[in-house]
Design a protein around this ligand. Structure first.
Ligand code: FAD
Length: 287
């Protein structure tokens, strides 16, 4: 099922992002997570894709497993950095045969172990190039990543928005945001996007802060600001994971409630392969 069609018929919904477990057959925890979250009748579930090569086959295997075992709509994240057109064609043909109809088209990040990696030498330089390539199949629904606080490499948020518009115009049906913890970044992004003529749905990416230390490291890399408010509330509990998780979930509930009150229809959850935090948040919302 193409997500672009689902978005036309469903006026509310959630989606869940997973990363591929090491092995599907041995991963009872992963199966349980998917089965738990299936109950929320998600619009789709997506599986991340390792830019460095490590998890590429695992992504496809995970997607195929989900399709075989459930009736969920799936989306593959797909990075193009360092890929050839021929390699990408093989992946897309395989997806098509297996009815994997949705692609989150990404550039990906240069491999950490290659410090002088030259982006411009590849057959795909930006996500836009992959969007164009995938659109050429006239088969897939295409999503792209967007950055409410700007992408960490971009010269500024205005330029970043221009590049975002270019990749959307290349054939994207919807966008998913990088995690953000202060909704003002999302509202401001949406206002700027509207001004520049972006009209596709932009799903906010929700990351419950269940471990302040770990998320802080990750958020710095992703250019996402963690509000002082949550840092202060969590500070006394840094050695108490259950308390931190409780505070993070309560914060995310308030964040999602505010988004819904302000007209947001769809929420994309970064699950980190756990069902508990997303379930607790959704159970407390009125969608
Ligand atoms: P692009 O849109 O190509 O942008 C990259 C940079 O280039 C930006 O700074 C942009 O402003 C700039 N740019 C774009 N076009 C031009 C141009 N014409 N000229 C000059 N500059 C330009 N990574 C993974 O490895 N695997 C995943 O599964 C994965 N999933 C993700 C899911 C979501 C929802 C998000 C938000 C990110 C995900 N990422 C994933 C991370 C992503 O790969 C990185 O953020 C990466 O650095 C940028 O990818 P992009 O597709 O946004 O790139």
């Amino acid at each position: 099922m193409r997500i672009s069609d689902l978005l036309k018929t469903r006026d509310r919904g959630v989606s869940f992002e997973f990363f591929p477990p090491k092995t599907i057959s041995g991963e009872d925890g992963f199966k349980q997570t998917v089965n738990d979250l299936k109950l929320y009748n998600p619009l789709y579930v997506s599986v991340t894709y390792g830019a460095g090569g490590g998890t590429q086959a695992r992504t496809a295997n995970t997607l195929k497993w989900i399709k075989e075992e459930t009736d969920l709509t799936v989306m593959s994240h797909l990075t193009c950095i360092g890929s050839t057109r021929e390699g990408m064609d093989n992946i897309l043909k395989d997806y098509r045969v297996n009815n994997i109809d949705n692609i989150l088209a990404l550039r990906g990040d240069p491999p950490k172990n290659v410090p002088d990696f030259d982006l411009t030498k590849g057959e795909f330089i930006y996500a836009k190039d992959l969007v164009e390539f995938v659109a050429g199949y006239h088969y897939f629904s295409i999503a792209v990543a967007v950055y409410p606080e700007g992408h960490f490499e971009s010269p500024g948020i205005e330029k970043d928005m221009e590049f975002t518009k270019m990749k959307i115009d290349a054939g994207a049906d919807f966008g998913i945001t990088q995690m953000f913890f202060d909704n003002r970044y999302y509202y401001d992004f949406m206002e700027r996007a509207q001004k520049i003529g972006i009209t596709i749905p932009i799903l906010p990416g929700i990351m419950p802060i269940t471990d302040c230390g770990k998320i802080e490291e990750f958020a710095t890399f992703c250019n996402a600001t963690i509000p002082q408010e949550i840092k202060k509330t969590m500070a006394p509990f840094l050695t108490q994971p259950e308390e931190m998780e409780k505070i993070g979930i309560e914060y995310a509930i308030r964040q999602c409630d505010d988004l819904i009150r302000n007209g947001v229809k769809y929420l994309h959850f970064y699950t980190m392969n756990k069902s508990g935090p997303s379930s607790s948040i959704i159970d407390s919302l009125s969608i």
